[in-house]
Write a protein that binds this ligand. Sequence first.
Ligand code: HEM
Length: 126
Amino acid sequence: PDTENFYQAVGGEETFRRVVARFYEEVSRDEVLRPLYPEEDLGPAEERLRLFLMQYWGGPHTYSERRGHPRLRMRHVPFSIGPIERDAWLRCMRTAVDEAGLAEHHRRQLWAYLEMAANSLMNSWT
Ligand code: HEM
């Protein structure tokens, strides 16, 4: 139906679970990104990103119930994010999104958002 939102149209939680799990598999082997993550276990970070993206695209609001307002720019201040980190993040995410088997118009919509968001979270130019 035309009232179906993006979250439902791409397959709901299952799809976000797959994309974000694949993303963190890449992060765990990425020499630029891995050192930025404070915890040994990437599982909790994976869950936060998954819940955030599900909420953003029209799924359940579990992210905000647990974490409050997203305030993503503020939450990234502790990490130095320049062009190198942004590119590494997008490289890992690109692999995850490309392998998710989305319809082309959905893939493009998701990707446009992720690129915009990654650019907006840069806080260092060195
Ligand atoms: C948290 C790095 C872009 C969403 C984090 C954390 C790191 C990080 C190191 C802490 C891990 C944790 O959750 O404990 C980066 C880098 C980026 C980037 C290097 C490159 C530009 C993005 C983008 C989004 C995003 C584009 C959303 C579309 C989140 C969320 C959290 C998070 C939701 C958890 C916030 C919380 O509730 O504490 N990020 N990130 N990040 N990031 Fe990013």
